[in-house]
Design a protein around this ligand. Structure first.
Ligand code: OSB
Ligand code: MG
Length: 370
């Protein structure tokens, strides 16, 4: 496939409500989109890097720059290429997985659209809809949290994830468990806010029947996660720590986690995400699809990935209106059964709505091949 160029497009997406985690508050999503232009049509990739390097070292401005200066030129120099070539061609550049993932996704989308095949079919999806969970930010008070959770459950979400941090952990979890009962699928995400010295607080969560605790300790603390696993009963799930299939193998072998949150952007793309799925399945570990507050473009591919057989827990694959009043594609909607449909059209199966995309765009850079 010949790439004629990449367009880097920045869009500003106001969130319907501020989203607070242990690392910061997000009120709008500043998204970098990559459009791969080919003679047979376009492909899209959404870069999940956030505006500041707080969740991970990558950030949107840096991702745009590394694509322009170092990544796109390597793909242009290769001439004709397919989606399986992208990771290999970009491998000499260290890190920058979110930037690489956006490029690979755009190339894969263009390639699949030209072949008339969907992401789900290509990745190995076995379902046409996936169960949806929702990630609930840190709130100012317990009553505000209870209201937010009640609203999501009314809409039909099948699983609740509470963001936690020191000082906002046992009490909010207790309140949600008491109010909504033992059948509620409930889990927590610390975004690396604790240390091993907090093991007693984390063990205090054992009594609440949580599905998992996500990333309690720092991203480079694999061995300390393994130690923590011996001190608490709640299964540990890793997010930030897992940047590749190799990291996943290390974590599982060390006993640092029993479950992995797979975010394709964090691991360099959907092909590496599928390798983590395959590895976890072989190891008997569960995976689920995480989210990075994606627009409909990134969501389409995430939902396709979440339809693979090893994705046995509900993902952070919420409907568009959980994030945005106006999505950049036709919105993803939550069915009455709490599921989201996997797109079946070629490639991502969704397109940016031209007028909406134009209205949200804050800058556009065209990178021509050759
Ligand atoms: O840790 O899973 C996380 C959002 C941004 C950065 C990190 C995380 C999250 C979420 C939201 O939890 C998941 C979503 O609904 O997209
Ligand atoms: Mg997380």
């Amino acid at each position: 496939m010949k790439i004629t160029g990449f367009e880097l497009r920045r869009i500003a997406m106001p969130l319907v409500a501020p989203f607070r985690t242990s690392f910061g508050i997000e009120t709008a999503r500043d998204v970098l989109l990559v459009r791969a232009a080919t003679p047979d049509g376009d492909g899209w990739g959404e870069c999940v890097a956030m505006s500041e390097p707080l969740y991970s070292p990558e950030y949107a401005d840096g991702a745009a720059q590394v694509i322009e200066r170092f990544l796109a030129p390597r793909l242009f120099a290769a001439g004709d290429l397919g989606p399986l070539d992208v990771a290999r061609l970009l491998e000499p550049v260290r890190g920058h997985r979110m930037a690489k993932a956006a490029l690979e996704t755009a190339v894969l989308d263009a390639w699949l659209r030209a072949r008339g095949e969907s992401f789900g079919s290509y990745l190995g999806a076995v379902r046409d809809r996936v169960p949806a969970g929702v990630s609930v930010g840190i709130m100012d008070s317990i009553p505000a949290l209870i209201d937010a959770v009640a609203g999501y459950l009314d809409q039909g979400y099948l699983r609740i994830k509470l963001k936690i941090e020191p000082g906002w952990d046992v009490e909010p979890v207790r309140a949600v468990r008491e109010r909504f009962g033992d059948d509620l699928l409930l889990q927590v995400d610390a975004n690396a806010a604790y240390t091993l010295a907090d093991a007693r607080v984390l063990a205090a969560l054992d009594g609440f029947g949580l599905l998992l605790i996500e990333q309690p300790l720092a991203e480079d603390d694999l061995r300390q996660h393994a130690a923590l696993a011996g001190m608490i009963r709640t299964p540990i799930c890793l997010d930030e720590s897992i940047e590749s299939a190799k990291d996943a193998a290390d974590a599982l072998l060390l006993g640092a986690c029993r479950i992995i949150n797979v975010k394709p952007g964090r691991v360099g793309g959907y092909l590496e995400a599928r390798r983590i799925h395959d590895l976890a399945q072989a190891h008997g570990a569960a995976v689920w699809c995480g989210g990075m507050l994606e627009t409909g473009l990134g969501r389409a591919a995430n939902v396709a990935l979440a339809a693979l057989p090893g994705f046995t827990l509900p993902g952070d694959t919420s409907a568009s209106n959980r994030y945005f009043a106006q999505d950049v594609t036709e919105p993803f909607v939550l069915g009455p059964d709490g599921h989201v449909a996997v797109p079946s059209g070629p490639g991502l199966g969704v397109e940016p709505l031209p007028d909406v995309l134009a209205a949200l765009t804050t800058s556009t850079t065209w990178l021509p091949a050759g």
